[in-house]
Design a binder for this molecule. Structure first.
Ligand code: CDP
Length: 788
């Protein structure tokens, strides 16, 4: 008889361990940290989008009670601290010296004994600006008479063009288009994917605490990638990396916003180095929306060539990317436009060509992967929009067209026309499940009937393919550091375990799900495994949490580290049971002798033996570390169907139903996955119908606060319906793929497709996001469809 052990299996809806502190309000965020003698920094920012700085006068600010010092760019230059490397290899200035390049750019730092005194000091700094012409429209950035925005780079970059990048087979793609123009069908669409912002609840901030006596710099940081930030701080400050400790405590949402480095961090470090005191800098909401990294801002022209029957042949895409004042887009160096060339999506295209031109404008820098893997949202939007247009032109149902063109389940691993190797997929199963759950056929009948009565109802589909889990390290890096991830596990003598991971959670539930992975591998209870992260002095080096890479990469490292622990436990069991290792069998939580199930040792007994009765030929202790460089990315997918009703009086779009079928391979915790999907869908609804960071012609930001930047709340979100299929990743140790960003990537186009579908019979082919009531009402008015 086998001894009773806890057998934790993946797929249990285990309650979130982190909720014990969060629901009691006992989380600890950077702004909760109070250090003795701490000073507070506040930043003087440019009111102008493009201007020369003639003079900065700090004298009045220094008179403000409580103000300790004012630091300018020239001060930082003198200290060698006025630069930051950006992720794709540009250099960003910390505090502007000669010129400002966008509204709200950092110009000086006021340091004071309280946050209020620092803010008063900011108001008292006088900066004399000489305005320069402003470039807001990226299409004008390349005009011959456009002002050169980055004269500092003019030797390598004589215009405002940052790069031209292309991938694919131009000749074969052009030939396919020429053929389809004669013998088939070609559809084209211009699409603008507006600039939006991740807008996490907690804004960015840090506390820098430098001790001259020990030479140690501790930085409490709102970071999605603490180790990488530590390395960059070492490069910039010249301090030895082992004397820099980055601590990211609880982080209140990241969504890509907390991956890059921001001037405020370097300002706080410089101020602490200068004053010898801890310096806290926390940005306010307007600073966050106006100066930290935006997302999207892609002007796309896309075309599909298909044969007469609707079989897709080729995809051709040109994109103009607005990167703002600095080239800081979050992406691996090998792929200037990130993973945008996943844009052939779920369909079996023979040929494709993607070109991207990135330009500078007088806007805040960025281009982060907002809940998406480096531009996959833009890619997925364009292909799903165009498939609908193609269906419309062919007179086909959009579901039927998709089913006909999907990559077939037996074609995996599938090499795409743009050179990605999709690991696994079954797109047909996901779409058919979504169609069944929502009664697609019934909805189409209802729509036809309503149309005869003049009612406007639309149905939109999105059958997206995601790409998450960067590395492999040979293709993916951040500032040159290869993208792997890590886990270190220590099993204590009593069989309880502590694991430290290289990724950093910002609401992901890693403390629960990574404990579940270890529990499942070792036959422990998840309660007996604690997970730590976010302290670079203790956690193994990792590349951070973004682009749904935690589960695919650090999750794999965790399973592999647990397996190393289990391998050692097997050796100890063989010694204790006096049999060969090959004579042992594993059941969750226990090794036993083959053919003699009552002769065995539990993992707890083996852990105790590791410290008390270890075989003489083994090192004592039971721990392991794994650094995991994934062999490939994982390719989650899903099919979403959205049903909308349009109000002919107001132009309002009412999302009546939204069915989301996701496939993220093996599910670790279904409750958490569902939560991730709900949150992600709401972040897809946001750009589809509400959010946009726009600028006026003088470069004034029009969405710099939550009154102007319309973020949806639970009130606006529809009742999400979810389901799943399970197609494990063949190369991930537990078959898991990422899930967090799938709903944000997959949902906007389902909503837009639904609204366009409601209006297609009057000739509407596309509406750019956000689909506001005003935009819809104008269309209704133009088409004579408004009701009284
Ligand atoms: O990298 P990031 O943490 O953003 O996202 P992810 O790996 O896609 O997953 C987010 C969370 O969902 C994970 O931390 C897990 O808690 C959970 N998850 C899961 O339970 N099963 C999966 N197959 C994938 C994710």
């Amino acid at each position: 008889m086998s001894t009773a052990v806890h057998t934790h299996v993946l797929g249990e809806a285990y309650k979130r361990k982190e909720d014990a502190r969060f629901i009691r309000g006992q989380g600890k965020y950077v702004d909760d940290v109070q250090l003795p003698g701490m000073l507070y920094g506040a930043i003087v920012r440019s009111p102008s989008a493009h201007a020369l700085i003639k003079h900065i006068d700090s004298s009045q600010a220094l008179q403000v009670p409580g103000v300790v010092t004012v630091i300018t760019g020239k001060d930082l230059e003198a200290a060698g601290l006025n630069w930051m490397p950006t992720l794709p290899g540009d250099t960003e200035i910390v505090l502007a010296v000669e010129r400002v390049l966008y509204q709200m750019q950092e110009v000086a730092l006021v340091v004071a004994t309280s946050r209020y005194a620092a803010a008063d000091g900011v108001a008292a700094v006088e900066v004399d600006y000489d305005p320069l012409p402003v470039v807001v429209d990226p299409r004008k950035a390349l005009d011959p008479d456009a002002p050169l925005l980055r004269p500092d780079k003019k030797d390598k970059q004589p215009t405002n063009q940052i790069y031209h990048w292309e991938v694919g087979d131009r000749a074969a793609t052009d030939a396919a288009f020429a053929d389809s123009a004669v013998n088939g069908v070609v559809v084209k669409q211009d699409i603008y994917i507006p600039r939006i912002h991740p807008a996490p609840i907690e804004t960015c901030g840090c506390i820098a605490d430098y001790h001259a006596a020990t030479g140690k710099l501790t930085v409490w940081l709102t970071s999605q990638a603490p180790h990488v930030h530590r390395t960059i701080f070492a490069w910039v400050t010249g301090l030895p990396e082992h004397r820099i400790r980055v601590i990211s405590p609880d982080v209140g949402g990241g969504f890509g916003n907390k991956v890059p480095l921001y001037p405020g961090y370097l300002c706080a470090i410089a101020a602490s180095l200068k004053t010898g005191k801890p310096v806290k800098w926390i940005e306010d909401r307007s600073e966050n929306l106006s100066s930290t990294s935006f997302a999207r801002d892609y002007h796309i022209h896309a075309e599909i060539a298909a044969d007469k029957a609707g079989n897709v042949q080729a995809l051709r895409v040109h994109t103009l990317a607005d990167h703002g004042a600095f080239h800081t887009a979050a992406q691996p160096r090998q792929f200037p436009a990130g993973l945008f060339h996943i844009c052939t999506g779920s369909y079996d295209f023979k040929h494709a060509l993607v070109e991207v031109d990135a330009v500078h404008t007088n806007k805040a820098p960025g281009g982060v992967a907002y809940r998406c893997s480096f531009r996959v949202t833009e890619a997925s939007f364009l292909i799903e929009r165009l498939m609908d247009t193609l269906a419309r032109d062919l007179g086909k149902d959009p579901a039927e067209l998709r089913l006909e063109n999907f990559i077939k389940p037996e074609a995996f691993p599938y090499r795409s026309a743009l050179n990605w190797t999709y690991d696994s997929g079954n797109y047909e199963a996901a779409l058919k499940l979504a169609m069944k759950k929502i009664d697609y056929a019934g909805l189409r009948r209802e729509q036809a009937e309503k149309r005869t009565r003049g009612e406007l109802m639309g149905i939109g589909i999105s059958s997206f393919t995601e790409i998450v889990g960067a590395g492999p390290g040979k293709h993916f890096d951040i500032v040159g550091i290869q993208m792997f991830d890590s886990c270190e596990i220590r099993v204590h003598p009593t069989g309880k375990a502590l694991a430290r991971i290289g990724v950093q959670q910002q609401g992901h539930s890693h403390e629960t799900t990574f404990a579940q992975i270890i529990a499942a591998e070792l036959g422990l209870s998840p309660d007996d495994v604690d997970i730590e992260h976010g302290d670079t002095d203790t956690a193994p080096y990792g590349l951070g949490t973004y682009g749904s890479r935690s589960t695919p990469v650090a999750g794999a490292a965790t399973a592999m580290a647990a397996r190393k622990v289990r391998d050692k436990a097997r050796k100890i069991a063989a010694y204790l049971l006096e049999v060969g290792e090959e004579d042992l069998e594993w059941e969750p939580g226990r090794f036993f002798v083959k053919g003699a199930p009552d002769k065995g040792k539990t993992i707890q007994e083996l852990a105790f033996a590791a410290y008390t009765n270890c075989p003489p030929y083994l090192e004592p202790g039971l721990e392991a570390v794994n650094y995991y460089d994934p062999p490939n990315l994982t390719y989650p997918f899903g099919s979403y169907i959205c049903v909308v009703d349009l109000d002919r009086g107001t132009g309002e779009v009412h999302i009546r139903r939204f069915m989301a079928v996701d496939d993220c391979g093996t599910v670790i915790n279904p409750m958490i996955v569902e939560g991730q999907v709900h949150g992600g869908l709401t972040q897809g609804l946001a750009p589809a119908m509400y959010e946009e960071l726009s600028y006026d012609e003088d470069g004034n930001i029009r969405g710099g606060n939550f009154q102007d930047y319309l973020m949806p709340t639970a009130m606006e979100a529809p009742r999400w319906e979810t389901d799943r299929t399970v197609t494990p990743s063949p190369h991930h140790p537990i078959g898991a793929k990422g899930v967090a960003e799938s709903p944000t990537v997959g949902s906007p186009q389902a909503i837009v497709n639904a609204v366009v579908d409601a209006l297609a019979h009057v000739g509407i082919r596309h509406i750019d996001m956000p689909i506001t009531p005003e935009k819809v009402w104008n269309i209704l008015n133009e088409k004579g469809l408004t009701s009284d």
